[in-house]
Design a protein around this ligand. Structure first.
Ligand code: ZN
Length: 318
């Protein structure tokens, strides 16, 4: 079956910067799973490619310096591979993403540390930022993150408002429970979880509780399963474990509010990705597994890409 896949979370810039000299146009090195040949072979239509720049994370550099370096890398990548990759900034750009066509890159800012204040969000929008997660594992001026229990700050609420004005989607993956509660109360637009699994299936701190899954679906948003063993089960995971998380999300949110955000190469090797998935070229196997479990074809296609297309179409400017 040919799939048109939207991967809601890939740390393309970070992973390429980590391995000096790594060429996105060449097959991924052993143990890694992100490359342009794999993306093309796997039927990827759109990639949400991150700017991952928590303060001090990257060789102690400032969040802004790290973010600029990643934007620069994407610029080079888009130049070098202009035949196969292009930046999606509008609904019109999104309409050009089709099976076998060039792959659309939508920028997702994972953790708003480098966004100095809500007033400068327009600069980020000009650079192509279309999705922002307020915090990563560590808290910042806007919100608590995964590893603490702080909620949203006053500045976080202002940033949410600015995001709504600019049509920027809010990503709640990495926010702690209290912060997700706050976002769901304060945010006016749709909300997504770009890479988070189901807490009811495996109670990891990064996974989403049903109440949040339901609230995200109520706002016509999206919850996206990610492919790190540690967030899927105790021990080594397989594709069936990914499907169990999808089954649960579907039972709570309906098939139209579930997607994929693989996070492959997001700081872990393919030895921590469910067995059977060796690279992003294998994401279609998740669809095949859903079909084998009795999913309707239209639902499997929606989960693998159609739902992200809907959410992006509604959020992006004309
Ligand atoms: Zn992440």
């Amino acid at each position: 079956m040919g799939w048109f896949i939207v991967d809601g979370h890939e740390d393309v810039a970070m992973t390429l910067l980590q391995d000096e000299g790594r060429d996105f146009g060449a097959p991924a090195p052993t143990g890694r799973g992100l490359s342009l040949p794999d993306a093309r072979r796997g039927g990827l239509g759109v990639i949400l490619a991150t700017i991952f720049a928590p303060e001090g994370y990257w060789h102690g550099r400032s969040a802004m310096a790290a973010a600029r370096e990643q934007f620069r890398l994407y610029e080079d990548l888009l130049d070098k591979h202009e035949e196969h990759l292009f930046r999606v900034e509008s609904r019109g750009d999104l309409a050009l993403c089709r099976a076998g066509g060039p792959i659309g890159i939508v920028h997702l800012v994972e953790g708003a540390d480098p966004i100095a204040s809500p007033d400068v969000l327009d600069w980020w929008v000009d650079q192509g930022g279309r999705v922002v997660g307020l915090a990563w594992n560590t808290p910042n001026r806007y919100s608590g993150g995964t590893n603490d229990d702080r909620g949203l700050s006053a500045e976080g609420r202002e940033l949410l408002e600015a995001m709504h004005e600019h049509g920027v989607l809010c990503d709640v993956s990495h926010l702690n429970r209290r912060a997700v509660d706050d976002v769901l109360l304060a945010a006016q637009g749709p909300v997504v979880a770009s890479h988070s699994n189901a807490h009811a299936v495996y109670p990891h701190r990064r996974n989403l509780v049903d109440e949040h899954v339901r609230a995200i679906a109520d706002r016509n948003g999206l919850v996206c399963v990610m492919l790190h063993d540690d967030h899927l089960r105790d021990g080594r995971a397989g594709i069936d474990d990914v499907a169990r998380h999808i089954d649960h999300f579907v039972s709570v949110a309906g098939p139209e509010h579930v997607g994929i955000g693989s996070d492959i190469d997001g700081g872990f090797g393919t030895d921590r990705v469910p067995s059977g998935i060796d690279s992003i070229a294998d994401l279609g196997k998740i669809g095949e597994t859903l079909l084998a479990r009795g999913y309707a074809e239209k639902d499997a296609h929606a989960i693998l890409g159609g739902n992200w297309m809907r959410v992006l179409r509604e959020a992006l400017p004309a």
